[in-house]
Design a protein around this ligand. Structure first.
Ligand SMILES: [Zn+2]
Length: 407
């Protein structure tokens, strides 16, 4: 079944036709692209804030699932009930998204019970991001502690807003637990500093940057800092550059972000799969509400290089790889079939025991099971156990990403 999917226009999205999200939307909806609109996210799934509908009948996918529960796999139904447990997205990022973290399941239930105005559902939101097309930039997890100490020692303006006692505690900390406690104190102090002090410290540092040597600018990641500071003048999140790892994912590389890991996407296009939730606790790079107490108390203050978030893809067969994160809510597969000059016979997509959503990202193919050709931007729903056989057409390789429950 082909799906029509919701486009979300947020201020940080890429504009008009330059946005992958806008381009993809042309494959599954008839809405024209508006040049100046920011096309931020394409949502594939049943989330009430952007539900997908079945193209042939216009019926919401969730309705269809409720009326056809056997579309879902047995284990999937047992664990998650009569709905898809995941939300699959494509993102086109022109400007940093807010620094954020997502609560674990138990904490999400508490937040939803006490602050339903801020936290709209009781679910956790682990997420996996995969770069698509060019490189994808992000901030993710706390840096190695040595890096953070170095920046606090080198950037007086940052040390001033963090405060002398918190900085000293971090520099002196020797054991892992002391370091984590001191880092928590530093980060909480930063987040609780008044907006005026943050803005004036940012301004002072920005004014000082041109006088630094090229080597110093490099070691203090001034290019990155300046880029973010010019998009978010006066925002406390600009200092996040000095606490969080900066990572560039190349096309096809993935990261998994579990509960309470601070992160911010900065630039590029990606595919994202997550538990079906919209619970976000924000820390900066946003004009939206920052729930600072909740954030500072829940964050994962573990430090170290970004490698701990990277995911490996495993080979299933010649054309298929899968990536299985450590949560039951979702997993991903990707199909990369060479062009028709290289492979001229049909290929059976590995059959999944759970329902899945497929997004066609490149190329064209015919299929024995669908009437129409499969092309760029189409989104397909496959029920549990359903077969799909494809034969590549044309000169481009045929590339598809598939999301499904990891049970
Ligand atoms: Zn997130």
């Amino acid at each position: 079944m082909e799906l029509c999917c919701a486009v979300q226009k947020y201020a940080w999205g890429k504009a008009g036709k330059s946005s992958l999200v806008a381009q993809l939307s042309q494959g599954n909806s008839s809405a024209p692209i508006i040049d100046e609109d920011p096309y931020a996210e394409l949502w594939m799934g049943t989330h009430p804030s952007g539900p997908s509908v079945i193209k042939s009948s216009n019926e919401p996918l969730l309705n269809h699932l409720l009326n056809n529960v056997d579309s879902l796999g047995d284990e999937e139904k047992k664990v998650f009930g009569a709905d898809l447990p995941f939300l699959f997205k494509a993102l086109s990022v022109a400007k940093a998204l807010s620094i954020q973290a997502h609560p674990d399941k138990k904490h999400a239930e508490e937040l939803f019970a006490t602050r339903p105005d801020l936290y709209k559902d009781p679910n956790h939101k682990p997420e996996m991001v995969t770069a698509w097309l060019g490189p994808f930039e992000a901030l993710c997890g706390f840096r190695p502690i040595g890096d953070i100490k170095f920046f606090l020692q080198e950037i007086d303006e940052l040390a001033a807003v963090v405060g002398k006692s918190a900085c000293e505690a971090l520099v002196k900390a020797e054991s892992d637990s002391d370091e984590i406690r001191a880092l928590r104190e530093c980060f909480s102090a930063l987040m609780n500093t008044s907006e005026e002090s943050i803005a004036s410290a940012l301004k002072q540092f920005e004014q000082r940057i041109p006088s630094l040597s090229a080597e110093k600018k490099d070691s203090l990641q001034c290019d990155l800092f300046t880029r973010i500071a010019s998009d978010f003048p006066g925002d406390v999140g600009c200092w996040g550059v000095y606490f969080m790892n900066y990572v560039i994912l190349q096309e096809g590389e993935s990261m998994f972000l579990g509960p309470n890991v601070p992160h911010a996407y900065i630039f590029g296009d990606c595919l994202e799969c997550m538990a079906c939730s919209d619970n976000v606790v924000r820390a900066g790079l946003t004009p939206k509400f920052k729930d600072i107490d909740t954030l500072c108390s829940m964050l994962d203050y573990q430090t170290g290089p970004v490698d701990r978030f990277r995911m490996k893809w495993s080979t299933v067969d010649e054309f298929c790889q899968t990536c299985l994160p450590p949560v039951p809510d979702f997993a991903m597969a990707r199909l990369q079939l060479p062009n028709s000059a290289t492979v001229d016979k049909p290929y059976g997509v590995p059959v999944r025991c759970n329902a899945s959503i497929l997004l066609i990202l490149q190329g064209q193919a015919t299929s024995a099971e669908t009437k129409d050709d499969l092309t760029f931007g189409q989104v397909l729903f496959l029920k549990a156990g359903q077969q799909l056989t494809v034969q590549v057409k044309g000169e481009q390789d045929f590339i598809v990403y598939q999301a499904f429950a990891n049970v």
